[in-house]
Design a binder for this molecule. Structure first.
Ligand code: ARG
Length: 460
């Protein structure tokens, strides 16, 4: 390997430093983007007369040949001793076209080159992830539609609170993922600006039309300040932040489902295809896919916190610390993508036990609020009604009965105003139907929410 800066040096790098310094084992992943950026740069150099048009065409053609070779067989990327993807491509090019290859780096630095390559890769990958979020939302739409009428307990403090439906629960997570998609779309806007032509830090010395170059690479515009452009890694941090937040959402979803699948709750059964057994206990079937989703969210967050510490207190402009921007992001985005995929597999194959859900919803006095509302309708102030119902719940607990099993005489101990019409008011479906303001769990509102959701998905 010939270093890119040999002239000034009397000694070569030590073996340990060469290994420590090399990023090819990591940045090989954007070989296609490095080639794409170099082809565009060759064109820009021809526009300003540094290369003839035919030289630029030769360079682009040779780079195209490398691209086809690597697409067919990427193994040279893994056996090379070049320092990074930029020196790998340049060394290959010089081997292929000789001295002409040595002209390509005119006016360019690896600093603007790596920032450009990385942004191109991030744009491509973020768009794929956006599509994966939408695939996950589609699966959620199917499940939520199927389970719109499935009563189940809603919890606060992990204590049964009020009845909801399984569909309404699914849609809560769909909301979170829709926000993740929005955040990702927004982050892509700031990924999609082009630093090429900023040179090492101060700008390039050639009169490159940077806006034209940016457009050619599909960017929205060129970056404005060269010092910032070279050292800006906000786009990496933002992607890590979006991935972290989404990872936390998937972790919460996993946690709810793990609980729903316990023998104690028994609301859902997971497919064998996403579960594993125990080497010792023959009866076991464990929700490993979900536990891993919950666990891996920590790793995504760790990559975000780690890179934030890397950029903290970095002086302008480029510093080699910035080379640490890639590993964590690659791993975080791979992990996020895997978590989304497994979430889809779990949700697409989940079995919901409607009877167990309804039974749990009926227990735990989750219709107590209905009784309080009933008393309010009879003219009793809510605070007093709340207290009266509390007394009745205590009486019912003592007899190990649900509220609706108390006799009218027992109920009337707290208020003469309670009549026979109390029993239909305690029905869980009636409770559900009363939650009819926008965003509530009544069937009409759920259907309305689903319709709007399908509309948003179709518009994507
Ligand atoms: N491999 C380097 C990175 O990922 C490329 C830029 C090197 N620039 C430099 N001035 N040493 O950051």
């Amino acid at each position: 390997m010939a270093a890119l800066w040999g002239g000034r040096f009397e000694q070569g790098a030590s073996e340990a430093f060469a290994r420590f310094n090399a990023s090819l084992p990591v940045d090989w992943r954007f070989w296609a983007e490095d080639i794409q950026g170099s082809q565009a740069w060759a064109g820009a150099l021809a526009d300003v007369g540094v290369l003839t048009q035919s030289e630029a065409e030769d360079l682009k053609g040779a780079l195209g040949k490398l691209a086809s070779q690597l697409a067919a067989d990427p193994s040279p990327l893994h056996s090379s001793s070049e320092e990074d993807i930029h020196s790998f491509v340049e060394a290959w090019l010089i081997g292929e076209v000789g001295d002409l290859g040595k002209k390509l780096h005119t006016g360019r630095s690896r600093n603007d080159q790596v920032a450009t390559d990385f942004r191109l890769w991030c744009r491509k990958t973020a768009r794929q992830l956006l599509a994966e979020i939408y695939q996950t939302l589609e699966i959620m739409a199917v499940l939520a539609t199927r389970e719109t009428g499935t009563l189940m307990p809603g919890y606060t403090h992990l204590q049964r609170a009020q009845p909801v439906t399984f569909g309404h629960w699914v849609m809560a997570y769909a909301e979170m993922l829709e926000r993740d998609a929005e955040r990702l779309e927004d982050a892509i806007k700031r990924v999609n600006v082009c630093p090429l032509g900023c040179g090492a830090l101060a700008g390039t010395a050639y009169a490159i039309d940077r806006e034209k170059l940016a457009k050619e690479l599909g960017f929205e515009r060129a970056t404005r300040n060269s010092l910032d452009a070279i050292s800006d890694r906000d786009f990496v941090l933002e992607l890590l932040q979006v991935a972290s937040t989404s990872g936390l959402h998937l972790s919460r979803l996993a946690e709810d489902l793990i609980f729903f699948g316990t023998g104690e709750a028994g609301f859902v059964k997971f497919s064998d295809t996403v579960s594993s057994g125990s080497s010792l206990m023959p009866q076991k079937k464990n929700p490993d896919a979900l536990e891993l989703i919950r666990g891996k969210s920590g790793r995504i967050f760790g990559a975000m916190a780690g890179f934030a510490m890397t950029v903290k207190a970095l002086p302008l402009s480029y510093n080699k610390d910035l080379q640490e921007d890639k590993n964590g992001l690659f791993d975080a985005l791979d992990t996020w993508s895997d978590c989304l995929l497994l979430t889809r597999e779990v949700l697409a194959t989940i079995e919901v036990n409607k009877e167990a859900c309804a039974k749990a919803a009926a227990g735990g006095y989750s219709n107590a609020t209905e009784l309080a509302d009933y008393l309010v309708a009879k003219g009793i102030p809510f605070r007093e009604a709340h207290h009266m119902v509390g007394v009745l719940v205590r009486i019912a607990i003592e007899q190990q009965l649900p509220l609706e099993a108390l006799t009218l005489a027992e109920m009337q101990q707290v208020s003469e105003l309670i009549g026979d019409d109390v029993y239909p008011a305690l029905d869980l479906m009636a409770a559900l139907e009363k939650r009819c303001a926008q965003g509530g769990v009544s069937l009409v509102r759920q259907q309305e929410a689903l319709k709007a959701f399908h509309g948003r998905l179709a518009a994507k």
